[in-house]
Every structure is written in structure tokens, then in C-alpha cells.
Design a protein around this ligand. Structure first.
Ligand code: IMP
Ligand code: MG
Length: 180
């Protein structure tokens, strides 16, 4: 695999798609085993999770539903800082077993803001499945229950992840590298 250019930056291959598919299948098998008879509702966080969520969902072998929400963060609108609002959470989550599906957990800020909103609707349980996690970047106490790969605190694109909106379409994962 060769390096790629996304907008003004260069990225080099990091995790190949066949390795990603293998790991996502393992996660699907583990989740299917844990959620037997529970009819879980997968909640994909847009935009980044759409590819991971669709691959993961196709590896789920128990009855399950999937829906997507978009989280929008507003800066400086309140004294407490960012407010994150969910758009499109139409499904009834009360009493349901929820599996939040995220592309990457970085600082943990996004999910730590959203989780209380979700919990206020009294789901039966909430777990987090993420494609990637950057454990050393964590600033908020959010831990994934199912994680594809733990990676260093480096910027990555591909498999749904973007740099300024671009790069999501690459099947493999790439990491930022020095220009030349
Ligand atoms: P957090 O709220 O800091 O955990 O950030 C989560 C969000 O930041 C993810 O859903 C991504 O949209 C974005 N993000 C964090 N790290 C990366 C990266 O390396 N590449 C692309 N997007 C990233
Ligand atoms: Mg995102």
C-alpha cells in the first residue's frame, strides 16, 4: 500500500482492510454471544461511524436493530462550555439494551456529554463499541466495552474517519506522516 494525500497532508498505511474485517468479525461474534435474547439497539454516531457500524452490524447473528444519530457540539453557548445535542434519536430507548457505535474514542468528550442524555431516558443497559481508541489521549472517563484497535495518539484517516471531511472512503486506515 502506498501513502496517500488528503487535502494538504500525507498519510501512510496503518491497518489494512483485511485485518480490520477480521477484527470487526471478532467483535460481532463477541457481541452476538453477549446479547443473545436481548434484541439490542445499535446506535451509530454520525458521521464517522457509518462504515464501522455497517460492517459490525453485518457480523451480528442475533435479532438486533440499528439507528443513527448525529451529535452537534456548540461552543461557548453556556457557562459550562460545550453542549452536545442529539439529532434524530427517534427510537424509544427506554428499557432497551443499547450499543453505542463510534468510530474513535479520543478525549472521550463527545460520549461523556452524550451518555447522561441517553441515561436520562432509562435504557436497560448501555455499552460502547468503537473501531479505534486512543487510551493515552483520554481526558474524560469513557471506556469502550468492545474495541477494534487501541492506537497511539496519532491522527488517522480512512474506514470512515476524516481529515476536514475527506478521506472517509479509503477502505484501509492511514496515519499522518511527515511531508516529502
Ligand atoms: P472525542 O470526543 O475527543 O472522544 O473525539 C471523538 C471524535 O473526534 C471522533 O468521533 C472523531 O470524529 C474525531 N477524531 C478523534 N481522533 C481522530 C482521528 O485521529 N482522525 C479523525 N477523527 C478523529
Ligand atoms: Mg466523529
Amino acid at each position: 500500500m502506498a501513502r496517500i494525500k488528503v487535502l494538504d497532508k500525507y498519510f501512510e498505511p496503518c491497518i489494512a482492510n483485511d485485518k480490520i474485517q477480521q477484527r470487526v468479525a471478532e467483535l460481532g461474534t463477541a457481541i452476538s454471544k453477549d446479547y443473545e435474547g436481548l434484541n439490542p439497539l445499535f446506535l451509530g454516531i454520525l458521521n464517522g461511524s457509518f462504515i464501522f457500524a455497517s460492517d459490525l452490524f453485518r457480523n451480528i447473528s442475533v435479532p438486533a436493530e440499528i439507528s443513527f444519530i448525529k451529535l452537534v457540539s456548540y461552543k461557548g453557548t453556556t457557562s459550562t462550555g460545550n453542549v452536545i445535542t442529539s439529532i434524530g434519536l427517534e427510537e424509544q430507548v427506554t428499557g432497551r439494551h443499547i450499543i453505542i457505535t463510534e468510530d474513535i474514542i479520543d478525549t472521550g468528550k463527545t460520549l461523556s456529554s452524550f451518555l447522561p442524555q441517553l441515561m436520562s431516558q432509562q435504557p436497560a443497559s448501555v455499552k460502547i463499541a468503537c473501531f479505534l481508541s486512543k487510551p493515552t489521549a483520554r481526558q474524560f472517563d469513557v471506556q469502550p466495552d468492545y474495541c477494534g484497535f487501541a492506537i497511539p495518539d496519532d491522527f488517522v484517516v480512512g474506514y470512515g474517519l476524516d481529515y476536514d471531511g475527506f478521506g472517509r472512503n479509503y477502505p484501509d486506515l492511514y496515519v499522518l506522516c511527515s511531508p516529502q
